[in-house]
Design a protein around this ligand. Sequence first.
Ligand SMILES: Nc1ncnc2c1ncn2[C@@H]1O[C@H](COP(=O)(O)OP(=O)(O)OP(=O)(O)O)[C@@H](O)[C@H]1O
Ligand SMILES: [Mg+2]
Length: 366
Amino acid sequence: MHPIYFGKRSKKKIQLHDYIRSKSIPMSVILISTFNHYNRIFLYLIDSVWFSIVKVGSALEELLVVDSVWKRFGDKVVLKDVSLVVHSGEVVGLLGPNGAGKTTLLRIISGVLKPDQGTVSIKGFNPIDSRARKLIGFCPQEPGLIPDLTGFENMLFYARLQGLDGKSVVNRIKELSGIVGLTDDIDRLVRKYSGGMKKKLGLAITLIHDPEILILDEPTTGMDPGVRREVWRIIEEERKRGKGILIATHYMEEADALSDRVYIIDQGKIIASGSPEELKSKYGPTAVITIEFYRQPRDLGDVLRKTGLKYIVDGDIVRIHSSDPDRDVPRIVALIHGAGGTIRSLKVVKPTLEDVFLRLTGRRIE
Ligand SMILES: Nc1ncnc2c1ncn2[C@@H]1O[C@H](COP(=O)(O)OP(=O)(O)OP(=O)(O)O)[C@@H](O)[C@H]1O
Ligand SMILES: [Mg+2]
């Protein structure tokens, strides 16, 4: 069953009414029961004919609303009419290549920069309002750490900036050090931390005041895959606790693995949005033919152009978009053999967000 949301927005109310009508349940026999659970309200419809309880979905609160934001630096328009929403209990990915405007948008949301036009609302507050600042935890691309203090002292410093003090703060720092896996290093000077450790400390600092909205700028850049998974797990935990999380990333797998919804941004514009699956089925090709070579053809570029299909060369792997793999695979194999290449592996796989971006822009996200 599709979740049905309701809320202030009339569109969502209509969805609920549509559901009720589609079930032919008269309004009068519906009992709607709601209760709070980690900021979510679950809605149950009790169908009086069958006495069955149907879980319809969860009503998600709009925590962050960005409406038609524009930003210019000198002559360069960096954000063009950007709108997005983050609800409670969801991870939203902001996916785009270098220079797309992700950091600029996150800095506007966090009140560090002002938009030239448009508005940002943090549960109804302007980002520069102190009430909005308490609701938000912003982890910048480069966390502002003080190298000559220990990890513990850095966290204490930021806790005090948030107005937190006393014994509970020490306990909170210990708890967060454990969550991000820095317990053994928390008393070392930050100057001696690796890049990945600094990112983890930045994330712990972001969580110190237990904010409802997390704004994370490239939270796993420079981390090895194991550490990246640990950070993903922390983000998942925060989502389960009902937080609304916005993550800027240029990692496809990250956007795909973590996000309930993704906004794809390119050259300052949101060019598509939806769940990863929706985006793949709407914009992705039917299939992707991936090929690894024992020996590359003499002129790989020429072979790929001759296929007449869109393609990505991703290291040693070539990804070719196909609407009809039965037709295209034999043709591609013949072209490769004709140019002196031999194939190590050939697979027909489902599209990824990388393929969606290629389809939309004709370019790769680097
Ligand atoms: N303070 C600034 N003054 C002038 N130009 C800026 C400033 N900050 C960002 N820019 C420009 O705005 C554009 C968007 O930059 P931004 O940092 O928002 O991109 P990004 O999507 O975060 O990229 P990355 O993936 O590399 O972090 C870039 O062309 C950048 O050069
Ligand atoms: Mg950035």
